[in-house]
Write a protein that binds this ligand. Structure first.
Ligand code: ATP
Ligand code: MG
Length: 565
């Protein structure tokens, strides 16, 4: 491709709405353009990289027996009602209505559609295991789309679904997937970890996330030297030892206008871990109280698990008043009746603590669980953090940030049971399929590669994903000899099957060099005065900046060696 014919609209300045490097560089290098919030057009250069990731994913999915399909993005609401997710998926599910007033969902994931397919088409254990996958546009109405294609509303995903006659078969394919995913992300040049994760709205119990280490990542991972790694929404927080102090009598303290943990603890002169916050939440019209140590955050994922997978939201002030008799900000467990109370495990060993008094401007001091208030249930509902004990070996967990690029789930029979998807087993009995599902964010992976592989000048593509393998840069288009040499190298390399971009623009050399670094092609061949005199070409490696002079006739073999290694 000649740059003068190519559509590569590079920019010198960072776009003002981009917060992280990959987003800035994808815009500046002319890979993507924003259409509207969280919705992007992939321009030719960007799409070439997407296609490379797709090709790797296809190869690895086919290698483990996956078969490619393509399912619709428009899903009839009935399917989502059958699985029960119409009500629990929440506002991320965009729900268009057609001219007949029929309701639909724009597919954020395809368990319903694929389960509907197999319940109609697969009859016998002989047809199992079955692994279907697709690479397709997904839509999720994310509350906060950001970071370009990392958290978009419309994005490309590879989603795979497996169907099995028994748990052994699922376990085997799950292990194959785990390996395939590791190969995919390694081939993309990524440095990643496999973490124990939360299954969110998808369901199932065993699940792993593939997370690319990056400072800009939204996911917090806690890991231990013993090999344990889990998302902060999943990792056990352990318990703290009970302080050895004696229980003091409970008193009521006047805390005028003090509502937040910070205000109350500052006012009373106690550390925030000496307070229990009482969160009054609502899920499916039921009110529940979560008790969390004041220095901890409530984990949405863990809370959801306690509520049987149902989402929840903070109760409104009038609902809080109805159950506690007091205003918001002063809720507490003392005297609280008629609601489910779930306390974080750590509350069990807390002593002499501050809690809201369910009365405006008052808190109780030196309250003690068991003595002053009863707790129905204990559960792990707080977000884990650095320094918590590893649930495997008790050492202290360390925290780091990452970008989740893929996730795999053992679903079991969650969807096949709710949707009546059955097959005949070896004894001729009807049984629900045992299922797994496996996703990779294709477009997010592209951005994650850039997050890990760039410098202050631009992107550094690993050869496996580069939009072009080689860039030939003619320093001065007004030197006919140089142009001729560049043209002949271009023809030769294209003839030998290399994917080459020839920068034949009549631009200032400085701009051409800047653009070359920005778009990050692994190898740059510079054709200028030096080339004319020496019969050698100047080859520069984007990653290391190393420059070597290569004999013209050795060029293809030198390039092959570099690009394959
Ligand atoms: P997240 O926790 O980041 O919202 P998720 O757990 O909801 O992601 P999955 O349902 O596991 O995502 O989807 C599979 C993959 O799709 C994810 O691992 C991620 O790579 C990608 N993905 C999910 N949401 C988005 C999004 N909004 N934009 C781009 N890619 C996404
Ligand atoms: Mg996920």
């Amino acid at each position: 491709m000649r740059w003068t014919k190519a559509f590569i609209p590079t920019l010198k300045e960072d776009p003002s709405d981009a917060e992280i490097t990959s987003h800035k560089l994808m815009i500046r290098s002319g890979m993507i353009r924003k259409l509207t919030g969280g919705v992007y057009t992939f321009l030719p250069l960007g799409l070439k990289v997407v296609k490379k990731v797709e090709a790797i994913v296809r190869e690895e999915m086919n290698r483990i027996g996956g078969q490619e399909t393509l399912m619709p993005i428009l899903h009839p609401a009935e399917l989502w009602k059958e699985s029960g997710r119409w009500d629990i998926y929440g506002e991320e599910l965009l729900r268009p209505i057609d001219r007949q007033k029929r309701e639909y969902a724009l597919g954020p994931t395809h368990e319903e559609v694929v389960t509907d397919l197999t319940r109609k088409e697969v009859r016998s254990y002989r047809e199992l295991p079955l692994i279907l996958y697709q690479i397709q546009t997904k839509f999720r109405d994310e509350i906060r789309p950001r970071f370009g294609v990392i958290r978009a509303r419309e994005f490309m995903m590879k989603d795979a679904y497996s169907f099995h006659e028994d748990a052994d078969s699922l376990m085997k394919v799950y292990a194959d997937m785990k390996e395939a995913y590791s190969r995919i992300f390694s081939r993309c040049g990524l440095n990643f970890v496999i973490v124990e994760a939360d299954s969110g709205a998808i369901g199932g119990d065993i699940t792993h996330e593939f997370t690319v280490l990056a400072k800009s990542g939204e996911a917090e991972i806690l890991s231990c030297d013993c090999g344990y790694a889990a998302s902060s929404d999943r990792a056990g927080t352990g318990t703290e030892e009970s302080p050895s102090e004696a229980e003091r009598p409970m008193t009521k303290a006047h805390t005028p206008g003090k509502r937040s943990v910070e205000e109350v603890t500052l006012f009373l002169g106690v550390p925030s871990r000496r307070l229990i916050k009482t969160l009054i939440v609502k899920s499916q019209d039921k009110i529940c109280a979560f008790l969390i140590p004041g220095d901890r955050e409530m984990s949405e994922a863990k809370g959801r698990r306690v509520l049987g997978g149902m989402p929840f939201e903070m109760a409104a002030p009038e609902e809080v008043f109805k159950v506690t008799g007091g205003p918001m900000g002063y809720s507490g467990p003392v005297g609280l009746r008629g609601v489910r109370i779930v306390a974080d495990n750590r509350v069990r060993n807390m002593k002499n603590i501050v809690v809201g008094a369910n009365e405006e401007d008052y808190h109780f001091v030196d309250a003690n669980p068991g003595r002053d208030f009863a707790i129905g249930e204990y559960a792990d509902i707080a977000v884990a953090r650095e320094g918590d004990r590893c649930p495997r070996c008790e050492k202290k967990l360390k925290s780091f940030r990452g970008i989740e690029v893929g996730q795999i789930f053992e679903l079991g029979t969650k969807y096949s049971t709710s949707m009546g998807a059955k097959f005949l087993d070896r004894e001729g009995k009807e049984k629900p399929f045992i299922m797994g599902c496996y996703g990779i964010g294709i477009t997010r992976t592209v951005a994650a590669v850039i997050e890990q592989s760039h410098d202050s000048d631009g992107i550094i593509w690993p050869p496996s994903l580069a939009p072009y393998q080689v860039l030939i840069l003619v320093v001065n288009m007004n030197e006919p000899e140089a142009v001729n040499i560049a043209e002949s190298i271009y023809e030769e390399l294209v003839g030998k099957g290399f994917d080459v971009l020839l920068d034949d623009r009549d631009e200032r050399p400085g701009n051409k060099f800047k653009d070359a670094d920005l778009i990050g092609i692994p190898v740059r061949i510079t054709v200028g005065a030096k080339t004319l005199s020496e019969k050698k070409v100047e080859v520069r490696h984007r990653r290391t900046g190393a420059v070597e002079m290569v004999d013209r006739d050795k060029l293809p073999s030198v390039l092959n060696k570099f690009l394959s290694g």
